[in-house]
Design a binder for this molecule. Structure first.
Ligand SMILES: NC(=O)c1ccc[n+]([C@@H]2O[C@H](COP(=O)([O-])OP(=O)(O)OC[C@H]3O[C@@H](n4cnc5c(N)ncnc54)[C@H](OP(=O)(O)O)[C@@H]3O)[C@@H](O)[C@H]2O)c1
Length: 307
């Protein structure tokens, strides 16, 4: 069977898609490909200047691109609410939400505007709240989908509900991995809840293996000259291009035969590179008790309840 490629993306004309972190890396390629296939893409970005630059880049390769830049800082629940309110005023419905944005930081433990550990707050809780606040728009969508971005690091991570904000023995790989496990368990629990209520929305997951982007180089470059060398090395060690790494999320977002709960990642050894195929989440991410506990904790922490 031939590998899935962007040539298989069906016509997206008439569809409205929101892509978080659409100014960089995998998010920018996702926004570009959705635009190329006719979707109206809302680029949800924390820095609107960087977002406008990225929109110009898209228009330079896709002259008829229908892209709109909107401010969204996932590390602030106020910003998430403002984004959702504006989307509710401006859009009649949302057909696709790609929860793509993500952060990795080095150095010391940091927190979001709401006091959440930065990885958990940005990567998971911001997207949990965003999905809930946009849910009425998604329910009005045509064949609506939510795509959650996982990572192979989720497989080595554990959710410690007694210390979800990682106040004890914080370290970068564990904190990032834990947030990506939360993204994965969230996507799977969302699928369970959507099925249980007979919702038209489906929840799908994807991960990019190890792909070139600004994610780790940016974290390293905060560390001066040595950090910049490490950033260059980290890029060189990425096993595949940004374009190839984006294929799992594009397949999850657009392939007509996708079912809720499916998870796409690269086909190669340890899922680090390759063509986008169906892959499996860790046992912990699939555990319904973990999904329920994470959902309840996320509702309490964000004050956003749905499903
Ligand atoms: N690249 C990989 O190998 C890899 C592997 C596994 C998983 N992933 C996942 O893939 C997704 C995309 O990452 P990437 O690799 O494309 O990295 P990237 O190039 O650094 O892009 C990350 C995007 O997230 C945005 N972002 C960060 N914090 C945000 C916040 N508080 N509010 C709104 N947006 C925020 C960034 O905005 P700014 O430009 O303003 O910082 C940027 O647009 C992430 O979920 C990441 O965890 C990537």
């Amino acid at each position: 069977m031939p590998a899935w490629s962007t040539s298989e993306i069906p016509d997206q004309m008439g569809r409205t898609a929101i892509v978080t972190g659409a100014n960089s890396g995998l998010g920018l390629v996702t926004a570009t490909e959705l635009s190329r296939h006719g979707a109206h893409v809302i680029m949800a970005v924390r820095n609107t200047e960087a977002g406008e630059d990225a929109a110009r880049t898209i228009r330079s390769t896709v002259p008829r691109a229908d892209v709109t830049v909107r401010a969204l800082d996932l590390a602030s629940l106020d910003s998430v609410r403002r984004f959702a309110e504006r989307a509710t005023d401006e859009l009649g419905r949302v057909d696709l939400l790609v929860n793509n944005a993500g952060v990795v930081i080095l150095g010391r433990r940091r927190t979001t505007a709401d006091g959440f550990e930065l990885h958990m707050g940005t990567n998971h809780l911001g997207h949990f709240a965003l999905t809930g606040l946009l849910f009425p728009l998604l329910e009005r969508g045509r064949e609506p989908r939510v795509v959650s971005l996982s990572s192979i690091t989720h497989k080595r991570a554990h959710l410690v509900f007694e210390d979800l904000m990682f106040e004890r023995r914080w370290n970068v790989p564990a904190a990032y991995g834990r947030s990506k496990l939360a993204n994965t368990a969230f996507g799977i629990e969302l699928d369970r809840r959507l099925r249980a209520t007979g919702s038209p929305v489906i929840s799908v997951l994807a991960h990019p293996g190890v792909s070139r982007s600004n994610l780790t180089p940016r974290a390293w470059s905060e560390w001066g000259r040595l950090g910049r060398i490490a950033a260059g090395l980290s890029l060189a060690l990425s096993t595949q291009s940004t374009e190839q790494g984006t294929l799992p999320q594009l397949r999850a977002a657009t392939a007509p035969d996708v079912q809720g709960g499916q998870f796409f990642g690269p086909s190669g050894r340890n899922e680090r590179r390759g063509d986008p195929i169906e892959v499996e989440a860790s046992a912990e991410a699939r555990d319904p008790l973990v999904g329920q506990r994470l959902w309840a904790a996320s509702e309490t922490l964000t004050g956003v309840s749905y499903l």
